[in-house]
Design a protein around this ligand. Structure first.
Ligand SMILES: Nc1ncnc2c1ncn2[C@@H]1O[C@H](COP(=O)(O)OP(=O)(O)OP(=O)(O)O)[C@@H](O)[C@H]1O
Ligand SMILES: [Mg+2]
Length: 260
C-alpha cells in the first residue's frame, strides 16, 4: 500500500537572473504527473533543468510560473514529506553515520526514543547496521550513498527526490545499489523521482521515463516502461526501449553505445 499522494507539475516555467547574462529560462511549460507510489526517472542533456525541477518540487524555490500540487494542494516551502538525495552524499564529517541520519529528524515531532528507533530501522533498510558509529570518512562511496538514502527516507517522506544519487559510483556498485533502491522503493511504498544520465538505470527502475530537452528545459516525451520486475537488462525488450529512449534524446543510430 502506498502512503503517498498524487504529485502534479503543471506548466512550470522557471527563469534565472544571472548578472551580466541575458535572463535564462531553465524550464518552459514543464508538466508531469507522479502517481502515488510511482517510480519516475528524468533523463536529458546537462543543463536542461532537471535539478531545477527537483528543487522546485522540494519547495526550496517558489519563484516560478505554473503550479506544483501534492494531494491537489500547492507546495509551499520545504517539508518533511519530501526528501532528497544528491550525487554527493553531503554527510557532515564531524557526525557519525547515525548522527547524520538523526539530524534529518531534528524538526520531526516524534519522541527521542521513536527517533532513535527510526534511525536504527533505516540504517538497517540500507544494509549498514554495525556501521552506526562509523564516521563518514570510514565509509566507501557506495556506503555513504546508502547512508544518504537512509537520511532521505528517515522522515518517511511521501516523495523521495534523487538527483543522480549513483552518478559517482563504479559500475558494479551502481548496479548493486539500483537493485537496493528498487527493493526499498517496493518495500516503503514511497514515490520516487530519479534524475539520471544512465538510460539503463532509468529503464531498470522506472514505471515511466521522462525525456527532457534543453534551452529551455522542456518535457519532450514520456515513455511508460511496462516490463515486469525485476528487469533483465540483457533482454531484447529492454534493448528495444533503450534504443527508443536514446533516439528520443536525439542520438543518431551510429552514435548509440554498442549494447544499444
Ligand atoms: N541557482 C541558479 N542561478 C542561476 N542559474 C541557475 C541556477 N541553477 C541552475 N541554473 C541554470 O539553469 C539551467 C538548468 O540547470 P540545472 O542545474 O537545473 O540543469 P540539469 O539538467 O540538472 O544539468 P546537469 O545534468 O548538468 O546536472 C542551467 O543553464 C544553469 O546555468
Ligand atoms: Mg543537475
Amino acid at each position: 500500500m502506498s502512503r503517498t499522494g498524487l504529485l502534479e507539475v503543471r506548466q512550470v516555467s522557471k527563469f534565472y537572473d544571472i548578472p551580466g547574462h541575458p535572463r535564462l529560462q531553465a524550464l518552459a511549460d514543464a508538466s508531469l504527473t507522479v502517481e502515488p507510489g510511482a517510480f519516475i526517472s528524468i533523463v536529458g542533456p546537462s543543463g536542461c533543468g532537471k535539478s531545477t525541477l527537483l528543487r522546485l518540487i522540494l519547495g526550496l524555490d517558489s519563484d516560478y510560473r505554473g503550479e506544483i500540487l501534492l494531494h491537489g494542494e500547492r507546495i509551499h516551502g520545504a517539508n518533511l514529506k519530501r526528501g532528497i538525495v544528491f550525487q554527493d552524499h553531503r554527510l557532515l564529517p564531524w557526525l557519525t553515520l547515525e548522527q547524520n541520519i538523526a539530524l534529518a529528524l531534528e524538526n520531526a515531532p516524534q519522541a527521542p526514543e521513536a527517533k532513535a528507533r527510526a534511525v536504527r530501522e533505516h540504517v538497517e533498510i540500507v544494509g549498514l547496521s554495525s556501521f552506526e558509529k562509523a564516521w563518514p570518512h570510514q565509509l566507501s562511496g557506495g556506503m555513504a550513498q546508502r547512508a544518504a538514502i537512509a537520511r532521505g527516507l528517515v522522515n518517511q517522506p511521501e516523495i523521495l527526490l534523487l538527483d543522480e544519487p549513483l552518478g559517482a559510483l563504479d559500475a558494479l556498485t551502481r548496479i548493486r545499489l539500483q537493485e537496493e533502491l528498487q527493493r526499498i522503493w517496493r518495500a516503503e511504498g514511497v514515490s520516487m523521482i530519479l534524475v539520471t544520465h544512465d538510460v539503463e538505470e532509468a529503464i531498470f527502475l522506472s514505471n515511466r521515463v521522462i525525456v527532457m530537452s534543453g534551452n529551455p528545459g522542456r518535457v519532450l516525451e514520456e515513455i511508460p516502461i511496462e516490463l515486469p520486475l525485476p528487469r533483465d537488462r540483457a533482454s531484447h525488450a529492454f534493448g528495444e526501449i533503450r534504443r527508443y529512449i536514446f533516439k528520443a534524446m536525439g542520438m543518431r543510430a551510429e552514435a548509440l553505445p554498442i549494447a544499444a
